[in-house]
Design a protein around this ligand. Structure first.
Ligand SMILES: Nc1nc2c([nH]c(=O)n2[C@@H]2O[C@H](COP(=O)(O)OP(=O)(O)OP(=O)(O)O)[C@@H](O)[C@H]2O)c(=O)[nH]1
Length: 135
């Protein structure tokens, strides 16, 4: 049987002074210690932007509204045996309420585009960052 893809959403929070929020994955998780755009999996009953609003509330403690989330680009895996392929949708977010904190472990930091490009990231986040920061 062919695995259905895993749909994931991620948010690029645009802060003051042209800084972007990145989340460092907890060490005990897959891709532990690497920096990603915060987000998570799309549940079966959700449209992706609803997942983004929910995930960023759970993961960072912030409140955002769907109209403040602008689609930027996506990245996808190639099919490999033994791995469920992943599709990640990236949104840019300029408005939210609350101070982002790493509520599920790991840490958060604010980086210039140049600094964010240098962080070690999982492969799909590397692609997303290249689209967002190098255009
Ligand atoms: N952001 C990101 N996630 C990736 C990549 N490749 C890959 O397999 N993943 C996996 O995609 C999933 C993303 O969902 P998630 O952010 O909700 O994962 P999680 O481990 O924090 O959540 P969970 O505890 O609910 O499983 C993770 O299992 C992560 O390891 C990648 O390049 N970037």
């Amino acid at each position: 049987m062919t695995d259905a893809p895993l749909w994931v959403v991620a948010g690029a929070l645009a802060g003051p002074d042209a800084r972007w929020l990145m989340h460092r994955r907890p060490l005990n998780k897959a891709h532990g210690g690497l920096w990603e755009f915060p987000g998570g999996k799309v549940e079966e009953t959700e449209i992706p932007v609803e997942s983004l609003v929910r995930e960023l509330h759970e993961e960072l403690g912030i409140i955002l509204k769907a109209p403040d989330c602008t689609p930027v680009c996506f990245a996808e895996d190639h099919r490999k045996s033994g791995n469920r392929p992943i599709v990640i949708l990236l949104y840019k977010i300029t408005n939210w309420v609350g101070l982002p904190q790493a509520l599920e472990g790991g840490e958060v930091g604010w980086f210039s585009a140049q600094e964010a490009m240098k962080l070690k990231k999982p492969p799909l986040d590397e692609q997303l960052a290249a689209h967002l920061f190098e255009k």
